[in-house]
Design a protein around this ligand. Structure first.
Ligand SMILES: Nc1ncnc2c1ncn2[C@@H]1O[C@H](COP(=O)(O)OP(=O)(O)OP(=O)(O)O)[C@@H](O)[C@H]1O
Ligand SMILES: [Mg+2]
Length: 499
């Protein structure tokens, strides 16, 4: 088959970090190439060089037999290279069609836009790829997932030759993932070349023809999807066997004492949610995106207004007006949207981690720097945070390593109750296993933990008990051996509320 893209001996350094080392990537015309590897391996950097967002230090880029000398975002676009960005920059006040056409040559005579023609054209495009959107809808009325589909349509409108997806499913629910995969299948049929980055290996197996594996700035293997096993792939990614993903010696709740109780709690988004958390317990909250999981965490944490019902901490009723009140009462929330809620991206890693609890490192208001640095160094080693130094700004870290910093903050805060919302989103398989070990360690220290996840396997592997949410309500509670029955969890997730 014809070669569509060749990246030859690509090198890129950021200061002392040699992020890409003589990387050779070859992608055939019309194939879907998955790009996988540990957090910080260099996947996003390689793609940024391809789209002209970053400049390479050395190496060659050849697209469709033509070498691109100096690659900029403009030349990349001219060569038909397009990336779908997760946080796409859309103009909220404009319509779907206007956003899609923005920046393109106007349609119509003398540069005057013919709205009718534009809307027609976009309506056809949306229909063709079965994207459930309308040309005239204002973007501000769309959910974040649907906005991502506008971003995808924007890319497709420009007739690209190569489309890059960098972890596109992180913010999508199952239903939306189906729509996305359908689009990708259509693109494949049209002979468009696709590069697909994901930590969700099932997706890699489902979509790709071949898989390129990166490790520590090197491209270490190119594998055919056919005959490839999950274990083989993981071994290539980590350079060793993974061993057990989940802790084989799982602990148990320390006692039956209830550290947190929700009694028919309602907000604008959840209805009469009741459950309790025991001392030293790891409780899962599972459900589809939009089922009320994150909103339940927000209610507990004092971020959403409670309309009725009660919350008790250690048996005493609490009324948190703001998250700071919850933090004072010993509750920590590691939120889902790390960029918006969890971190100051331009500040150093060290500061971001220690900000979560200054009192543990300060005496009489003076920071004990040595203690701070020791503590953070140890955490970052445990979590294998890939960084040049603790003084690097968080924004220099790869996506998965930023997520690890959020986890490190939770550990530093040293609260009694920890709530993790999608703790392993964007985290590679190796680091996932590390995080699960750390959760067990927290439990052994008597901490009580809530893990929110859309991955049933994660809930099954980590939790003692799980609450299943659906449409803002608790649809079921599952414990012990029953938790192993995936069918049962799915039933609660998808079916009507059961009493
Ligand atoms: N702008 C930057 N400044 C400094 N270092 C950077 C910058 N961008 C990336 N790096 C470093 O380059 C390395 C590769 O990062 P990259 O984002 O490509 O990893 P990745 O494979 O996409 O990881 P993830 O799976 O976590 O998204 C990391 O060590 C990262 O810290
Ligand atoms: Mg990345």
């Amino acid at each position: 088959m014809q070669t569509m893209l060749e990246m030859k001996n690509i090198n890129k350094s950021f200061g002392v970090v040699h992020a890409l080392k003589d990387v050779n990537l070859e992608v055939r015309k019309g194939e879907t190439m998955a790009l996988v590897g540990e957090n910080g391996a260099g996947k996003s950097t390689l793609m940024k060089i391809l789209t002209g967002a970053y400049q390479r230090d050395s190496g060659a880029i050849i697209v469709d037999n033509e070498e691109i000398q100096k690659n900029t975002t403009k030349t990349a676009k001219q060569h038909g290279i397009a990336q779908v960005y997760q946080q796409a920059e859309l103009v909220e006040e404009l319509s779907v069609a206007e956003n899609i056409c923005l920046g393109e040559k106007a349609h119509g005579r003398r540069g005057i836009v013919s709205w009718k023609k534009m809307n027609q054209l976009i309506e056809e495009l949306l229909k063709h790829y079965e994207i459930p959107l309308h040309a005239e809808t204002q973007v501000k009325h769309l959910s974040s997932a649907m906005k991502q589909f506008v971003a995808i349509a924007k890319v497709l409108f420009r007739n690209p030759k190569i489309v890059i997806f960098d972890e596109p499913t992180a913010v999508l629910s199952d239903k939306e993932v189906t729509i996305l995969f359908h689009i990708i299948e259509s693109l494949k049929k049209e002979g468009i070349t696709i590069i697909y980055i994901s930590h969700r290996l099932e997706e890699v197996f489902q979509l790709s023809d071949r898989v390129s594996v990166m490790r520590d700035g090197n491209l270490v293997a190119v594998l055919e999807n056919k005959n490839l096993t999950k274990n083989d792939l993981i071994t290539h990614m980590l350079g060793k066997n993974l061993g057990a993903m989940y802790c084989e010696q799982k602990g148990k709740p320390v006692s039956d004492r209830k550290v947190l109780e929700l009694d028919r709690v309602s907000t604008d988004k959840i209805h009469e949610v009741s459950f309790s958390l025991k001392e030293g317990e790891i409780l899962g909250i599972v459900g589809l995106v939009g089922s009320g999981r994150t909103e339940t965490a927000m209610a507990i944490f004092g971020a959403d207004k409670i309309k009725s019902g009660r919350i008790r901490v250690n048996g005493k009723e609490v009324k948190f007006r703001v998250p700071a009140d919850a933090a004072k009462a010993g509750i920590f929330l590691a939120p889902e949207d790390r960029k918006a809620q969890a971190m100051v991206l331009c500040r150093p890693i060290r500061e971001n981690i220690s900000l979560s609890k200054l009192s543990s490192i300060a005496r009489h208001g003076v920071c004990n720097e040595k203690k701070e640095i020791e503590n953070i160094q140890k955490l970052c080693t445990d979590l294998k945070v890939k960084m040049a130094s603790m003084e690097s700004p968080v924004q220099d870290l790869s996506g998965g390593n930023q997520q690890k910093v959020v986890i490190a903050k939770a550990f530093t805060a040293d609260p009694d109750i920890l709530i993790f919302d999608e703790p392993t989103q964007g985290i590679d398989v190796g680091a996932k296993a590390e995080i699960y070990v750390l959760l067990e360690r927290l439990r052994s220290q008597g901490k009580s933990i809530i893990v929110i996840s859309s991955e049933t396997e994660e809930i099954q592997g980590v939790c003692d008990r799980a609450i299943v949410m659906r449409s803002g309500c608790v649809a079921g509670e599952i414990e012990g051996e029953e938790l192993k029955q995936t069918e049962l969890i799915l039933q609660y997730m998808y079916k009507e509320k059961q009493v």
